[in-house]
Design a protein around this ligand. Structure first.
Ligand code: AMP
Ligand code: MG
Length: 948
């Protein structure tokens, strides 16, 4: 540094410190670089203009300032003299002027500034025509704020006029920025601390940004803009509303912004940032000082939905007035006084008002200034800039990586809708204020849920199967362990067992438990129960006896179909135990024709499947024939590829097995069943797919990823359709899939048991496998005769892109839980909308609609987790642990398996193979003792559940 040219040296203001920090950490981001453009028309003397700027610049130490930071404390150094970088261009004959201009402006911003080199500004004067110029003035925000701009212009005009007239300009003595630094240093922040601490007490979670979590897909870091003009008539009405209730425009804007943030995030306690001028402090001549005085302060807004609008806005105004006394408080201090975790941002959106003094008329100079525009990029991802004028301009400046242009556009429209609500319904409460535009409501409540498709009403699921028996009697219906059953043979066995069951008293709605391993006889039993009129209740023999006993009682099971091997395990009792080993002969003597099925109607029960329950007891979901017929019919409509052969990987006690069994048997395809527990043997599965020429399969994404990793391309080639369901599908899986099987279409299905297997699906296009926006694949759109609404806790649709709870309506929605009126009431709520039937099922899943109408699954509202496809309520485990007399308190949490955990490896070792055994021994020697133990343990343990 040349010391000769140094005039002064002093610390930075807190705001400057923040800017310096962000500018240094993101040097190429363009952050805090302001670009001001305007047109100058008339008889301009460019040389005088340049000199005028230089003179104005010379007057103010802050404008000659540069920064040094490699010291204990960063300092600003004022140069005695700087020469303004001034460039001139003649573009009078330039083709494609607009494009050239845009490119130039962008390049100019991209140049940035070396912060340790004064001056942090540059000028370009472009001649557009004989009498029109454009001035581009680029300046680092460390030097000045928006308020200073017209003040600087005033001086430039004065200097220009003086140059024209050939005398010295008469300007007041400039007030150095150093005064402000001294003023700050003398402050006692005690009362400010009290004020901000009280204001922010108890606020711990930063308000999420609308459209956060990367809907947008942009690599550019440069901020984007979107503008929206309020028309004059509406602006007048808004001002009238303000006058009537003594509310300033900024209060109305702040209120509407808080509501937008609340409607998007579902939060009721909102904090956002407000840019204040900093020009009401008690520093002499503060209003006419040039320099950086703006500050950003938090605004906290409580949104109690029953609050009346006007008093709420008045409160907000009071808060703003109270805060004025503390408007110079450093934000970094406020942040530390708040309850927000260090490192988190107190807020990520800002509201800024551009209400600086206006630029004076310049016709006395011989030219006029027009088309003024200013671009300014802050370090915040979303900024609402309000520019009052004849027409109020609202401008959103957003980080395209976090907020998409679509979202920005909708936010502005919703913002206006809320302001309109203020004017039109001044007496209303906050909850009544509309936020969605009419068009958005139409999309969310109507267009995207227009899924009506023909659905036969008086039909049962086994009728669909019988149609296939008539159509393709000799086709193979089931392939299992070397055995092949044709449709005709299957039908006969089913009929015999159905007759037998009827003799045992099974009739419409009788519950029949089936405790069998996955096998052809289990499928026969399922169909026989349905044909006899009963509802089947699958019991997994591997479950603990207490659980099986509980289900038998809870479902009021009349008959239990099982095998001798399970009878001991099943200490469970019910009225009638049907042991297939003992009664095979008797069953075989029953007639092979279909039993009469007159009493079975579409609202008869088809099955009851149990899911985990937070009360410590699993909940039974009773599904009717009409639900099941819908669920299968929707598949037939959705999937263009008919099922030729389906590999069933689910356990029969998961409802995804229902998809495979009935979809296949209602389309005349072959259902291929791996033996129980063989669904973990990846080589076996690959072998089954190859030998049975499997066209379709459905499983958990985790299992599918393992299968892809283990099998060879040629083994899986027959697959036309691979469906993953039950858990979020990672994008990496789609990549893995399409890299290996480009001809196979991958689908992601979503749906809780309560809505009959599925309610939405997404066809993953091969090109969506490229890494892009979100980490997970969407769950798609509602399937036929199904409605999906994303609602807030007042059952209002949330904006497109906002997270809310996923509710399902339509033909798949079941009738509620068995014997759980309270749970039913909680989860099956009256449907407030015109589409979707009487009840909506409230899933507890958090999701959002994308702009293209596809849904994204984001997580759970409650403590339900999925572990290897099992739906588990952590409360259920806590409840069970609490039963122990020595346990007083308990907390159960689900953690990700450590990535290095060898548990995942178990799939990779096939211990029947000698080489594999050697490989395992090798691997064990590489591991830490605890890891080796875990791997060994996992190899002996229950396998990965193969269902969804
Ligand atoms: P279940 O009733 O066992 O089928 O479990 C339903 C739950 O599994 C849903 O409520 C979701 O939490 C989760 N789920 C199912 N399918 C998906 C999917 N494709 N993506 C993310 N989560 C899913
Ligand atoms: Mg499911």
């Amino acid at each position: 540094m040349e010391l000769e040219n140094v005039e002064d040296l002093y610390p930075l203001s807190p705001v400057q410190q923040g800017m310096l920090f962000h500018s240094l950490t993101a040097p190429d981001s363009g952050v805090y670089i302001g670009q001001y453009t305007c047109k100058l028309r008339g008889a301009l003397n460019p040389e005088f203009l340049k000199q005028a700027w230089q003179q104005a610049w010379d007057r103010h130490p802050i404008l000659r300032t540069m920064f040094v930071w490699e010291l204990d404390e960063p300092l600003q150094i004022v140069r005695q003299q700087v020469e303004l970088p001034w460039h001139e261009k003649d573009w009078r004959d330039r083709a494609e002027l607009e494009l050239a201009r845009k490119t130039f402006l962008q390049q100019d911003r991209g140049l940035g500034f070396a912060l340790d080199c004064a001056p942090l500004t540059r000028f370009t004067l472009i001649r557009l025509s004989d009498d029109t110029y454009e001035l581009v003035w680029t300046c680092h925000h460390l030097l000045t704020d928006g308020w200073s701009t017209p003040l600087i212009w005033d001086e430039v005009y004065a200097c220009y006029a003086a140059l024209v007239q050939g005398h010295q300009p008469e300007l007041p003595e400039p007030k150095p920025y150093r005064d402000y630094i001294a003023w700050l240093q003398e402050r006692d922040w005690t009362s400010a601390r009290q004020f901000w601490t009280a204001l922010l007490a108890g606020f711990t979670e930063p308000t999420p940004l609308p459209g956060e979590r990367g809907v947008a897909n942009a690599s550019s870091t440069e901020a984007c803009f979107r503008s929206h003009l309020l028309d004059t008539r509406f602006l007048t009405a808004l001002q009238d509303f303000g006058r009537t209730h003594r509310l300033t425009l900024s209060t109305l804007i702040n209120g509407a912004w808080a509501l937008v943030l609340s409607r998007y995030s579902g939060e009721r306690d909102i904090v956002f940032g407000l840019v204040v001028s900093g020009r009401s402090i008690d520093l002499a001549d503060i209003e006419s000082r040039i320099g950086l005085f703006v500050n950003t302060l938090p605004v906290r807004v409580e949104i109690a939905e029953s609050t009346e609008l006007v008093p709420w806005l008045q409160d907000l105004q009071r808060q703003a007035l109270d805060a004025r006394a503390y408007e110079a408080t450093p934000l970094s201090d406020i942040q530390t006084w708040s309850d927000i975790a260090a490192g988190d941002r107190l807020f990520s959106s800002l509201v800024a008002f551009e209400n600086q003094p206006t630029t004076p008329q310049t016709h006395t100079l011989g030219f006029e200034v027009s088309d003024i525009d200013a671009r300014d990029q802050s370090n915040y991802p979303l900024v609402l800039v309000v520019m009052p004028g004849k027409q109020l301009e609202l401008r959103l400046i957003f980080d395209p990586r976090l907020v998409s242009d679509e979202v920005a556009k909708r936010i502005l429209a919703q913002f206006e809708t809320l302001l309109q609500g203020f004017v039109e319904h001044p007496q209303t409460t906050l909850s009544e204020l509309p936020c969605l535009t009419k068009m958005e409501r139409q999309l969310l409540l109507h267009d995207w849920n227009q899924t009506q498709a023909p659905l036969p009403e008086d039909i049962c699921i086994h009728h669909r199967f019988e149609t296939q028996v008539e159509r393709v009697p000799e086709a193979v219906a089931i392939a299992f362990a070397g055995e092949r059953l044709t449709y005709r043979a299957l039908e006969q066995q089913v009929n015999q067992l159905a007759h037998y069951l009827k003799r045992l008293g099974v009739t419409t709605n009788t519950r029949v438990a089936i405790c069998l391993e996955r096998s052809s006889e289990a499928i026969v039993a399922i169909l026989a129960v349905l044909k006899a009129g009963g509802a089947y209740v699958p019991l997994d023999p591997a479950y603990p006896p207490e659980r099986l006993q509980f289900v038998l009682e809870d479902a009021n099971v009349a008959v239990l179909v099982t095998r001798r091997v399970w009878l001991d395990v099943l200490s469970a009792k019910c009225d009638r135990m049907l042991c297939l080993d003992d009664e095979a002969d008797a069953i075989a003597k029953s007639p092979t024709h279909a039993p009469s099925s007159d009493a079975i109607a579409s609202d008869s029960l088809a099955y009851i499947i149990y899911t985990s329950g937070s009360t410590g007891k699993p909940k039974g979901v009773p599904v009717e024939h009409r639900n099941l017929v819908h669920s299968i019919e929707a598949r037939v409509q959705y999937y263009p590829e008919a099922v030729r052969s389906f590999l069933l990987l689910s356990s029969l006690s998961f409802d995804s097995s229902v998809a495979g069994i009935f979809w296949t048997l209602c389309q005349g395809g072959t259902l291929v069943l791996p033996r129980q527990h063989m669904e973990q043997d990846l080589q076996h599965l690959a072998h089954l797919i190859a030998t049975h020429n499997i066209s379709h399969t459905l499983c958990l994404p985790t299992l599918y990823a393992l299968l892809l990793a283990d099998a060879s391309r040629s083994q899986l080639q027959s697959l036309q359709v691979a469906i993953v369901a039950g858990e979020a599908c990672p994008r990496s899986l789609a990549q893995q899939h399409y890299a290996m099987l480009p001809q196979t279409t991958l689908y992601n299905e979503y749906g809780p048991t309560e809505t009959t297997v599925w309610c939405s699906a997404y066809r993953i296009a091969a090109d969506s496998a490229v890494p892009s926006e979100a980490a997970t694949i969407p769950i798609g759109k509602p399937v036929a005769n199904t409605q999906i609404y994303i609602l807030d806790d007042r059952l209002r649709p949330v904006p497109i892109g906002a997270a809310g709870e996923l509710y399902v309506g339509g033909a798949g929605v079941t009738r509620g839980y068995l014997n759980r009126p309270e749970q039913t009431q909680l989860r099956f709520v009256a449907n407030p909308f015109s589409l979707g039937g009487e009840y909506l099922y409230r899933t507890g899943d958090v999701a959002r609609y994308r702009a293209d109408g596809n849904l994204e699954w984001l997580g759970r509202r409650d403590r339900q987790v999925k572990i290897r496809g099992h739906r588990i309520e952590l409360g259920e485990i806590e409840d069970a642990l609490l039963q122990h007399p020595d346990v007083r308190e308990v907390a159960v949490i689900a953690t990700e398996a450590a990535p290095a955990s060898p548990v995942r490896e178990q799939q990779a070792f096939n211990l029947k193979n000698e080489n594999e055994f050697e490989r395992l021994v090798d691997r064990l020697t590489e591991l830490e003792p605890w890891q080796a133990e875990e791997l060994l343990g996992s190899l002996c343990q229950q396998p990965v559940e193969a269902s969804a």
